[in-house]
Design a protein around this ligand. Structure first.
Ligand SMILES: [Ca+2]
Ligand SMILES: [Ca+2]
Ligand SMILES: [Ca+2]
Length: 547
């Protein structure tokens, strides 16, 4: 009996320790915001600002009482609508904010919306619209700034629009919507003065999120990352099912010496860069004086694996009006450190351009300084444009004498010296329709459908598609296209994938969902929802180009 008692006691103690361990693991209080007011006052209502204070200090604050033990807390909302944030919300502890797709946070063009800092801080945002955040005098990030070594910024199912950094001082203008990962100790500095990675690798994870009309603008210095500036710390980047439309980095620097880089995103030191099923259109790196590079994507150094797949790059541009300036990579510019390789698979990269003024234009499409692989990709109708002869754009899809290598089954309109491999079609037009909303995992996503008779149809690598995970052979097709429609589909030339980001007749995953019979009110509701979706689409598609 004594032995049994000891054993019972031991088991009991173990269970107690286990429960204690699990209780201490992943502590999280939930805080529910129930007012749209941005006021700290004991008024019976829990405001977002009060909830953030409670989560920061791990203690109930004012009218906000958390349910559960405080730790890495979560803020939810029982209201819907717009919250005007002023001044910015300061976040000092790991936190998630879930808006349930019914909350907009606006800075009213007056101030940044979220400012977070702390070593290892993890900020997870979902179901939010952040708009009209503004930063003028600081280090960037019009809507979100997250500083610290080894931080995480994860954004799901959200929209960031009209976030702006306008810097009229001597510092560069960085990250129209987001600046991430810079250590507070790192002084603001030009993006053109080299990469000095800070301590700790940070992570940026973006899914089903739209970056629309964000802008980093400087009057006297450089500008980098129209939507996102990530660095100089080492950074893991993962972007999926997202949109980057009409974001701009631009400089009106009169001294002709500062660079503008990354119209969509700027990454200093990518320890891994994975971009999947994402639209990059109408973004620009624009300079009145200095050099410009990476109209859509700029990677200062790829120091680990890099893969861009199932993505459309269209109508992006670099622009340098200065007579001594260079302009490079209308869609993508990347420096790739040995022995790393940037792989491009199943992309459509068309109609991008590098505009220059009598000096040097390099590639209008993609420009890789280092090793790159190209497979199942459309690279066509990209150009350089000399402002002195604007009516005669020069075809320029990639950079001659580069380390870009074909892995086969690419359509390249103007080959820059790649050795042809099985399946490559060089010197032909892809015959694509205009940019349009052809569906996707995120509302309004734009892409180019192949036109009837297009040489890209059923012309990609005929080997079996690669499994969903892990990302495998860079030569073979993805199992779905940019719209998450299944590949391959036989459009008449065999059950083979189409070249590019779109499988013309791809099908949804799983069986078709039957729509249950709708009554009169259901039909009315559906009609209203469709109407609202059309209005939203019209708004989203209204594109303003600024120079
Ligand atoms: Ca209150
Ligand atoms: Ca907390
Ligand atoms: Ca096909």
């Amino acid at each position: 009996m004594p032995i049994f008692s000891i054993r019972t006691a031991a088991i009991g103690l173990s269970l107690l320790m286990l429960s204690y361990f699990f209780a201490g693991y992943g502590l999280a209080a939930q805080l529910t915001v129930n007012t749209l007011d941005d006021i700290v006052a004991t008024d019976g209502q829990c405001a977002l600002r009060e909830a953030v204070e409670a989560a920061n200090t791990d203690a109930d604050f004012s009218d906000c009482a958390g349910t559960g033990a405080y730790g890495t807390d979560e803020i939810l909302f029982s209201v819907a609508g717009v919250i005007g944030i002023s001044p910015q919300l300061d976040i000092t502890d790991s936190l998630s904010i879930s808006g349930g797709s019914q909350i907009e946070l606006t800075g009213n063009d007056q101030n940044r919306i979220l400012d977070a800092s702390g070593e290892g801080l993890e900020l997870i945002l979902s179901g939010l619209e952040l708009r009209n955040g503004f930063d003028q005098a600081s280090t960037g990030g019009g809507c979100i700034r997250l500083f610290g070594a080894g931080v995480l910024l994860e954004i799901n199912d959200s929209t960031l629009r009209f976030c702006r950094v306008i810097n009229t001082g001597v510092s560069g203008s960085l990250g129209g919507a987001i600046v991430l990962g810079r250590s507070p100790a790192v002084e603001p500095r030009s993006s053109s003065d080299g990469v000095t990675g800070g301590p700790g690798t940070s992570r940026l994870i973006i899914a089903r999120t739209a970056f629309l009309n964000n802008q980093a603008e400087s009057d006297l210095n450089s500008a980098a990352g129209g939507a996102i500036f990530a660095g100089p710390d080492p950074m893991e980047i993962r972007i999926e099912d997202s949109r980057f439309l009409a974001n701009f980095a631009q400089s009106f620097d009169p001294s002709d010496q500062f660079a503008v880089t990354g119209g969509g995103i700027w990454v200093a030191n990518g320890t891994s860069v994975f971009i999947n099923r994402t639209e990059w259109s109408f973004n620009g790196a624009i300079s009145t004086g200095g050099n410009s590079s990476g109209g859509g994507v700029f990677i200062g150094a790829l120091t680990g694996p890099g893969l861009i797949q199932n993505s459309t790059f269209s109508e992006n541009q670099t622009f340098s009006a200065g007579t001594g300036a260079e302009t490079r990579g209308g869609a993508i510019f990347a420096v790739i450190d040995e022995p790393q390789i940037l792989s491009l698979n199943n992309n459509t990269i068309v109609r991008n351009r590098a505009r220059f003024n009598g000096a040097l234009a390099f590639s209008g499409g993609i420009e890789l300084n280092g090793a790159g692989n190209l497979a199942n990709t459309i690279l066509a109708n990209n150009v350089t444009v000399n402002l002195s002869d604007p009516d005669n754009p020069v075809p320029s899809d990639c950079l001659p004498d580069s380390l870009l290598q074909s892995l086969g089954y690419n359509l390249i309109k103007t080959n820059c010296g790649l050795a042809p491999v099985t399946g490559d079609q060089f010197g032909v037009d892809p015959l694509l329709d205009d940019l349009a909303d052809n569906g996707g995992a995120i509302e309004g996503m734009l892409s180019h459908l192949p036109l009837p008779g297009s040489p890209v149809i059923d012309s990609a690598n005929p080997d079996p598609v690669q499994p969903f995970q892990p990302v495998g052979d860079a030569r073979v097709c993805q199992p779905v296209d940019q719209r998450v429609l299944l590949r391959p589909f036989d459009s008449g030339g065999g059950a083979v994938c189409d070249i590019g980001a779109i499988e013309l007749q791809g099908r949804p995953i799983g069986p078709a969902v039957a729509v249950p019979g709708l009554n009169r009110w259901g039909t009315l509701l559906l009609a209203m929802l469709l109407f609202l979706a059309l209005i939203q689409r019209a708004k989203t598609n209204s594109i303003r180009l600024r120079f």
